[in-house]
Ligand binder design. Structure first.
Ligand SMILES: [Zn+2]
Length: 470
């Protein structure tokens, strides 16, 4: 979906730039649009599957009881737990946030299309088969499949408790209804209530077993798409006891249309609409979301030449119509290249927008987005245009380029060090000096693609050359 939004003052600006320099490639009209998770609503858990889980829990429960290992007695008179958020960004994930909410619990027992969430909205679903959604669906965003492959979003225990059942070994790249079981962990809390954490990635589950205790915030698994699921998400469903019956169902959110229970079960209940810039990224081309269940081709890059188009991209959670986001590209000297506002004209639970143009200065840049008082920024590097054919500069040449397994360095002065970085700026190979200087670098241990080779002399002279391995 393309926005019909226009930026009159920027058009003037753009016109001015193009007027001054026709060589600059510019596009300040955003592309992108809504990203729809869960296009075809499917029951996360059928009644029959829930019945199976219930029996599984009951058997384990009785076993634990007979072994004197059951942690909590039924009907304990303690307050319900105060949940912490069950999703956690894994270490090394550079995004500001990694989730959005596609569905709350359906409080309206009628169907189909008779929807009522705790906040009196319709951010939930039901099906003509009689299914009313009984939990919260938290999907991962941006790049749900890529993050699943990277173990990017962890499911953690919302509250401390005892594992009363778990299921693993199920295929985890589903795109729709299949009736197959999911991978899940079920935790009982000290008030007797039980939380279901479903759709986990195959083989990602905690190594702890039934009967083991978990602390609040402890790792339980990775967000996946096992069971009946249209993409990676966590289905979080809670009951006051192990019977998992409708009359025991808990809506964890307090709100004027929650007729199940009055109190919030969250230590800090998040707002119904929770706008955020989940990521501001620079890409070498627009994202290709590909076809489910293939991972997204993200085209993330933090290394550009001055001649490259840079795709300045934002990934939004809950963009709100009538609000605007402020966007800036900031040069290495802290001057602003462009600054503009983009007005949102729709309410989208997840969306992505991008603008592309070139940078006009070498060095470390910042791409910055500010929405609802919060700024998310991203840094990237720009270097001057370099020859990707046989390269000669300051009496240094590198050949062949593109190359296959080896690249030769021809230089008058000894080369002390060579570093190969990928397009995200991550050093993947480093070779140190020899007495006579580096003459060649083998590349058979790195995969095909575009890299940056930085060579350094004894005199601390440095050159970065773009190389292609194929
Ligand atoms: Zn669900």
């Amino acid at each position: 979906m393309k926005s019909d939004f226009t930026l009159p003052f920027l058009f003037c600006f753009l016109f001015l730039i193009l007027g001054l320099s026709g060589a600059i490639s510019q596009n300040l009209i955003p592309e992108g649009g809504e990203y729809i998770f869960n296009q075809d609503d499917v029951p996360c858990l059928t009644d029959q599957q829930r019945e199976t889980i219930k029996q599984q829990i009951r058997v384990n429960y009785d076993t634990l009881k007979s072994e004197n290992r059951l942690a909590y007695n039924e009907g304990s008179r303690v307050p319900n737990p105060a949940f912490e958020w069950p999703l956690k960004k894994a270490n090394g994930i550079g995004y500001d946030d990694v989730w959005g909410i596609s569905n709350y619990l359906d409080q309206n027992s009628n169907f189909p299309n008779q929807l009522l969430d705790y906040d009196c909205g319709s951010k939930t679903y039901d099906l003509s088969s009689g299914y009313n959604h009984r939990g919260v669906d938290m999907f991962t965003w941006p790049f749900g499949w890529k993050m699943m492959d990277d173990d990017g979003v962890e499911i953690i225990a919302a509250a401390a408790g005892q594992i009363v059942a778990k299921n693993d070994g199920q295929f985890d790249r589903n795109c729709g209804f299949n009736g197959n079981p999911w991978n899940a962990v079920y935790v009982q809390h000290n008030d007797g209530s039980v939380a279901l954490y479903g759709h986990m990635k195959n083989g990602s589950l905690t190594t702890k077993n039934v009967g083991d205790m978990v602390a609040q915030g402890e790792f339980l698994g990775i967000v996946g798409s096992s069971g009946s699921s249209t993409g990676p998400h966590l289905h979080f469903e809670v009951y006051t006891n192990i019977n998992l019956e409708l009359e025991n169902l808990v809506d964890t959110y307090s709100g004027s249309c929650n007729s199940l229970n009055n109190e919030s079960w969250w230590a800090n209940q998040k707002p119904y609409i929770n706008p955020n810039i989940n990521a501001a990224l620079t890409l070498s081309a627009p994202v290709n979301f590909n076809t489910c269940p293939d991972a997204e081709t993200t085209n993330e890059s933090n290394e550009f030449l001055m001649t490259d188009n840079i795709y300045f991209t934002i990934f939004m959670r809950d963009q709100v119509s009538g609000t605007s986001i402020n966007l800036k590209t900031i040069r290495p000297d802290n001057s602003i290249q462009y600054q503009w506002n983009f007005d949102f004209t729709d309410d989208f639970q997840s969306s992505w927008w991008y603008w592309f143009f070139t940078a006009d200065m070498e060095g470390e840049w910042t791409w910055e987005a500010t929405y609802q008082g919060k700024t998310v920024s991203h840094t990237f590097n720009v270097t001057s245009a370099l020859n990707t054919e046989g390269f000669t500069l300051n009496n240094v040449s590198v050949y062949p380029n593109p190359t296959k397994d080896i690249v030769y360095i021809d230089s008058d002065i000894p080369i002390k060090k060579a570093t190969i970085t990928d397009v995200l700026g991550k050093a993947i190979k480093q070779v140190d000096s020899r007495l006579e200087g580096l003459k060649e670098i083998t590349l058979n241990d790195i995969s095909e693609g575009l890299y940056f080779l930085t060579i350094e002399s004894d005199a601390n002279q440095k050159k970065t050359i773009r190389i292609v391995k194929n």
